[in-house]
Ligand binder design. Structure first.
Ligand SMILES: NC(=O)c1ccc[n+]([C@@H]2O[C@H](COP(=O)([O-])OP(=O)(O)OC[C@H]3O[C@@H](n4cnc5c(N)ncnc54)[C@H](O)[C@@H]3O)[C@@H](O)[C@H]2O)c1
Length: 416
């Protein structure tokens, strides 16, 4: 049974560590964040998809540490560190380069290294391999190197690591063979491609596909708002076509660690090849506009009630970037709340997954309390456990950015 090393114990790394440990592998898991390491050791999960009970079950085989030394014992090391953008919206490979440098110091012959972080085509071969080779070992000869994108969709239960096909591209055929054999322990199906570059681009294609299609339906939502047509009704009707159409929902914009970030890894790389990736830029532009459109919808709705934004009591329901999770990274809710506060709105919020939003100095209030005396309830992210009907009952008016008031009695609801 393989001994598996994981670098980066976040949304991607922690579920992987648990999956391998559940299969009976000894897992060495490294994170620079001592609090996370401590939490894993204590069996106290901070990732929704990993119940604490699961961590406790695999405690004997899951060895978390802030030090890389233990990785020398692993047969395979999977790297799952963040790949954010810099302030100038360019790829920030800092965490990845740092992880590669630390790994190079403990790398030994015969190991397999797989990069899982989302990144532009060429990263594994051109950026990671040379740093790992500072160990004196040659990639593809002395150690194996591959790229395999993580496809986890936090909060999702129908498709998980086990039943979502895993794409793998190796530096050599032998690298891909090793990686395929490893992932077969935890995944039902492995899809091989001929190179790390093809696997890197595959992940970006998937995310860009979503970003572009969400932008398309969001642009139509802005148009239908002016035309007085219900965008949800249009999407429902189009989705009745059994072929050639795929449903995407309009919403307040894109959030999370992936969608607002990953496509720009490719547009940056494309510039080296004298290409401007127009679809990526346009989709980013449209999706970034959505929070402003939503704020204007709130302004107009309050205006119809004879109220200015200044002094209006607005209860925001759902501030994480998607239902069922507590991740607020790049969440459009934060942008919308910031804009409304600049205009003088008095904000309260309810989100069972997000206890506080320090940048706005707010804590989640119980639903009834958040809605108490609210002039307007704003549904930004519709968590399935939240009673949105109560919002329609208690608030003077509801602005629904997710279409959850459709088909209800709520006469005071205004939708995106
Ligand atoms: N979150 C998702 O849904 C998702 C889905 C698919 C792919 N990805 C990609 O996977 C990668 C990781 O994303 P995530 O959401 O798990 O990030 P995360 O921020 O939740 O976790 C990353 C972890 O890496 C640790 N870390 C940073 N630098 C380190 C280093 N040098 N050595 C050891 N640990 C280090 C951090 O402390 C953190 O705990 C990113 O490239 C992301 O784009 C994420």
């Amino acid at each position: 049974m393989a001994r598996v090393g994981i670098v980066g114990l976040g949304y991607v790394g922690l579920p992987l560590a648990v999956a391998f440990a559940q299969e009976g592998c000894e897992v060495v898991a490294v994170d620079l964040d001592a609090r996370r390491v401590q939490a894993v050791r204590a069996g106290d999960s901070y990732v929704e998809d990993v119940p604490s009970a699961q961590l406790i079950q695999v405690r004997e085989r899951l060895h978390a540490s802030t030090r890389y030394a233990g990785l020398a014992e692993a047969d395979a090391v999977l790297v799952c560190v963040p790949t954010p953008l810099t302030r100038n919206r360019e790829p920030d490979l800092g965490p990845l380069m740092e992880a590669a440098r630390a790994l190079a110091k403990v790398l030994r012959a015969g190991q397999l290294v797989v990069l899982e972080s989302t990144t532009y085509p060429g990263t594994t071969r051109e950026r990671m391999a040379p740093i790992l080779e500072e160990s004196g070992l040659a990639a593809g000869r002395d150690f194996h190197l591959a790229y395999s994108p993580e496809r986890v969709d936090p909060g999702r239960t129908d498709f998980t690591l086990g039943n979502t096909p895993k794409v793998v591209g190796g530096l050599t055929d032998a690298c891909a063979d090793r990686a395929e054999a490893l992932y077969r322990l935890v995944c039902e199906r492995v899809v091989r491609v001929s190179s790390p570059e093809a696997a890197e681009l595959c992940k970006l294609l998937e995310n860009i596909f979503r970003s572009v299609n969400i932008a398309l339906v969001n642009e139509l939502a802005m148009l239908t708002d002016r035309m007085g047509i219900d965008i949800w009704e249009v999407v429902d009707a189009a989705a009745s076509k059994p072929y050639g159409f795929m449903r995407f929902e309009p919403g307040p914009g894109m959030g999370g660690h992936c969608m607002p970030v990953d496509p720009f890894y490719l547009s940056w790389r494309a510039r080296e090849f004298d290409m401007t990736t127009e679809f990526i830029e346009l989709a980013g532009k449209v999706n970034q506009q959505m929070p402003y459109h939503c704020v204007s919808k709130v302004q107009r709705t309050l205006n119809d009630e004879g109220l200015p934004v200044r002094g209006a009591r607005i209860a925001v329901l759902g501030v994480s970037y998607k239902p069922g999770v507590g991740d607020v990274r790049e969440s459009p809710a934060l942008k919308i709340m910031g804009l409304l506060r600049e205009e003088g709105a008095e904000l309260a919020y309810h989100d069972p997954h997000v206890p506080e939003v320090p940048e706005l100095g707010l804590r989640s209030a119980p639903l009834e309390e958040a809605l108490h005396d609210a002039d307007l309830a704003l549904i930004v992210t519709a968590h399935p456990t939240v009673d949105h009907a109560l919002a329609a009952e208690r608030a003077r008016v509801v602005v629904d950015l997710r279409g959850v008031t459709r088909g209800t009695q709520a006469r005071n609801a205004v939708r995106l």
